[in-house]
Design a protein around this ligand. Structure first.
Ligand code: ZN
Length: 224
């Protein structure tokens, strides 16, 4: 590792401008807290200098890694992957015009980046995991008129997620073989009256955009 006395002085006098709090520093490296997200990292002074040439702060991909390591340690790798996947799916739905759900979700993604999602949602996820275990969790917006944002996220089993949705959306089932059409005021009612009460399976077929029993196309409609 190479000494960098100039950089050491620079960081000591400019740490506020580059949004960090110094925990420990010598002429080789620095341990600091990123004040944008709260991650704690150790970098060589030379790598900090390189980063600061590109952007005005030290909030980088390594910040996400800091949080992911904690999550993996507190829960496990499978849960970490699920928690990250919820972020990716939500972002995909809201920000990718090619996503099948884009029209319904456009402009509903309000997190600046993954670390903001972690800071506002990880404790909720951990609690949900304590309560429901591996039980098929899903990410849900508490108020469906609002977006994926702080204080509007919860993690619940699919079945509860579906209940929340159905308060808002009536539903339609089309048999693609016989062309039979069933309309219903809610997913639960449709399930109870026509599909042996299997409302979680129906809900999953909607979420995953696939046919139910290879026959039924189920989708939410609009109150008329
Ligand atoms: Zn950061």
């Amino acid at each position: 590792m190479r000494k960098n006395i100039t950089m050491c002085k620079y960081i000591k006098s400019n740490y506020k401008n580059i949004n960090i709090e110094i925990i420990d520093i010598d002429e080789y490296s620095c341990t600091y807290k990123c004040l944008i997200c709260g991650a704690i990292k150790t970098n060589t002074l030379n790598s900090m200098r390189r980063q600061l040439k590109e952007t005005s702060n030290l909030h980088t991909e390594a910040c996400s890694k800091y949080f992911n390591d904690i999550i993996k340690c507190e829960l496990n790798e499978k849960q970490l992957n699920q928690f990250r996947a919820f972020y990716r799916y939500a972002k995909e739905r809201c920000c990718n015009p090619n996503s099948k759900d884009y029209i319904r979700y456009k402009d509903k993604f309000k997190f600046n980046d993954y670390t903001e999602y972690v800071n506002s949602c990880y404790n909720l996820y951990k609690k949900a995991y304590d309560i429901y275990g591996e039980n098929n969790l899903s990410v849900d917006r508490i108020d469906n008129s609002k977006g994926y944002e702080k204080d509007n996220i919860r993690f619940v089993p699919m079945s509860i997620n579906a209940e929340n949705k159905e308060k808002i959306y009536p539903v339609m089932a089309v048999n693609i073989i016989t062309k039979e059409i069933i309309e219903s005021k809610s997913l639960t009612r449709l399930a109870n009256e026509y599909f042996d009460g299997k409302h979680t399976s129906l809900y999953q077929s909607i979420e995953q955009n696939r046919l139910y029993l290879n026959t039924w196309k189920i989708f939410y409609t609009i109150e008329t």
